[in-house]
Design a protein around this ligand. Structure first.
Ligand code: PMP
Length: 302
């Protein structure tokens, strides 16, 4: 095993917000007998800090609470308290460009499938993560494999929660893709339709129009919603629909979107080839500009 190239995440300097207090980074610990670890009773967010502000903070916090609600977990803080903790943490950590990870999980009071009396813990960590923006380099595009694992049906798993358990097949798919030299993998859904990448949504271009899978069994990402709004503001038509994998041969451009991925062009998916072009580049730039505005030009439906 190669040594990790970054500092381990449990051994860093700094401060983490944990159950209502700011604690030294290395002291934000949980016991090995934690329900969230054994039974995946855990939901989380991934949000970027640009210019000292979380992009669409309120939308991310609302999704965290919705994910917890879907999982039957009652967070004892208010959304405002979590938003304020995020803002305070940015000041305390002194980070202007970073990645923030709020997480809520069941504690150690019960260790069985039934866990009604467990405390719901909430933590927020923030680390430095500059968004390197070299459009020329980025426009080469990344290569995706096609995953063996499929996104589960909404009556098989809580598809609309950003829940830890749903990432089991994402890590397995990403590892399998990496082992073959790919950057990531595209996942089909339980019906065999195009779904998403392992941590990002997907868009395709054909005849000047954007096509993106209907998010009926995976996250309707905040970046996805922003990019749709930015495209419409440019009069680029957006078609949300079911997409068959065989249709990939008819698309000219492809990109993925996510808080971490931002807008990342794709050059290959298995046997299919794409050439990142004007629409991808325009939306990459529009998204980058929007993340750096004092107030995003995009209002998400809510
Ligand atoms: N799908 C999955 C599985 C993800 O993990 C993410 C990242 N949160 C997304 C889509 C994109 O969501 P967002 O744009 O809100 O980050």
């Amino acid at each position: 095993m190669a040594a990790p190239s970054v500092l381990p995440f449990d051994d860093r300097d700094g401060t983490i917000w944990f159950d209502g207090s700011f604690v030294p980074w290395r002291e934000a610990k949980t016991h090995v007998l934690t329900h969230g670890l054994h039974y995946a009773s855990c939901v989380f967010e991934g949000q970027r800090v640009y210019n000292g502000r979380v992009y669409h903070l309120e939308d991310h916090t609302a999704r965290l609470f919705n994910s917890a609600r879907i999982m039957g977990m009652k967070i004892t803080f208010t959304e405002d308290e979590i938003n304020n903790a995020c803002k305070e943490l940015i000041k305390i950590q002194g980070i202007t460009e970073g990645y923030m990870r709020p997480v809520a999980y069941r504690g150690s009071e019960m260790m069985a499938v039934s866990a009604q009396q467990t405390k719901i813990h909430v933590a927020i960590a923030l680390w430095q993560w500059p968004s390197y923006f070299d459009p020329k380099e980025k426009l080469k595009g990344i290569r995706l494999d096609i995953a063996d694992w499929r996104r589960p049906a909404p009556d098989t798993a809580p598809s609309h929660a950003k829940a830890a358990g749903l990432y089991m097949i994402c890590t397995m798919s990403k590892h399998a893709a990496e082992a073959k030299g790919y950057a990531d993998a595209m996942m089909l859904d339980y019906r065999g339709l195009v779904a998403e990448a392992t941590g990002a949504n997907m868009f395709f271009v054909k005849d000047g129009k954007l096509h993106t899978p209907t998010p009926d069994c995976f996250l309707n990402g905040i970046t996805r919603q922003s990019v749709i709004a930015l495209a419409r503001a440019r009069q680029i038509p957006v078609v949300e629909r079911h997409i068959e994998p065989g249709e990939l041969s008819g698309f000219t451009e492809c990109f993925i979107t996510g808080s971490a991925a931002e807008v990342t062009p794709v050059s290959e998916i298995g046997p299919y080839r794409f050439t990142p072009g004007t629409i991808t580049e325009t939306l990459m730039n529009d998204y980058s500009d929007d993340t750096r505005k004092e107030v995003s030009a995009v209002k998400l439906g809510g």
